[in-house]
Design a protein around this ligand. Structure first.
Ligand code: AMP
Length: 215
């Protein structure tokens, strides 16, 4: 089996989910989001979700084994057989090792590193709303829904994530700097890193991505 895997990398709020959905449609590959999978587990009340919930609410990383448990089954599904986009994993060096162990001979991957200033991240996170039913992402100013509080795609109610509140946002950015950002050097050294500024409009970011990825 030969899979093309694109890892979406960057701080919370940089737009991995939004860019990921665009790329997923363009490339015809599923977007697999660690955070979405975990939120689904929490919402469903599964034992995995129960283990993850408190870490997530506080903006801490969920233990590696729990995240991997949520991801493993999803990656093995048939729609991911030719490749997939990965959002929110790996997030530390241990997870980078787990990711490398998932790779099979013939697989290839790149890490798309999305960057932007802290001011932009905080502004995006604090004004982000998501659909409680389908997970679609909105921004109160830049990407508002057609009807206030209602998802354009499925009619579900829009909610603020409980980790998109100011004190938790600050902690998530700190966790990113300490645990996740060191992966940049890891992937740069491996020749896998493609870096793009992602603090402008979605159109500008997509154009910049087109410049560093060949499709
Ligand atoms: P996200 O949707 O990517 O912002 O993730 C939301 C939350 O889920 C994070 O703040 C973590 O608590 C948890 N999470 C998501 N992905 C991971 C991961 N790879 N490792 C540990 N925790 C994660």
């Amino acid at each position: 089996m030969k899979r093309d895997i694109l890892v979406l990398f960057g701080p919370p709020g940089i737009g991995k989910g939004t860019v990921g959905k665009e790329l997923s449609e363009k490339l015809g590959r599923p977007l697999i989001s660690a955070g979405d999978l975990l939120r689904f587990e929490v919402k469903s009340g599964s034992s995995l979700g129960k283990k993850a919930a408190a870490f997530m609410a506080g903006g801490a990383l969920v233990p590696d084994e729990i995240v991997f448990e949520a991801l493993r089954g999803r990656i093995a599904q048939s729609d991911a057989a030719e490749g997939f986009l990965l959002d929110g994993f790996p997030r530390n060096l241990e997870q980078a090792g787990m990711f490398e162990r998932v790779l099979e001979s013939g697989d290839s991957y790149l890490v798309l590193n999305l960057t932007g200033s802290d001011e932009v991240l905080v502004e995006r996170l604090s004004k982000r709303r998501i659909c409680g039913s389908c997970g679609a992402i909105y921004h109160l100013a830049n990407m508002p829904p057609r009807t206030e509080g209602v998802c354009d795609k499925c009619g579900g109610a829009l909610v603020q994530r409980n980790d998109d509140r100011p004190d938790v946002i600050a902690h998530r950015l700190d966790v990113f700097r300490k645990a996740t950002a060191p992966l940049v050097e890891h992937y740069r050294a491996a020749g896998k890193l493609r870096t793009v500024k992602a603090d402008g409009s979605l159109g500008e970011t997509m154009a910049a991505i087109a410049g560093v990825l060949q499709w």
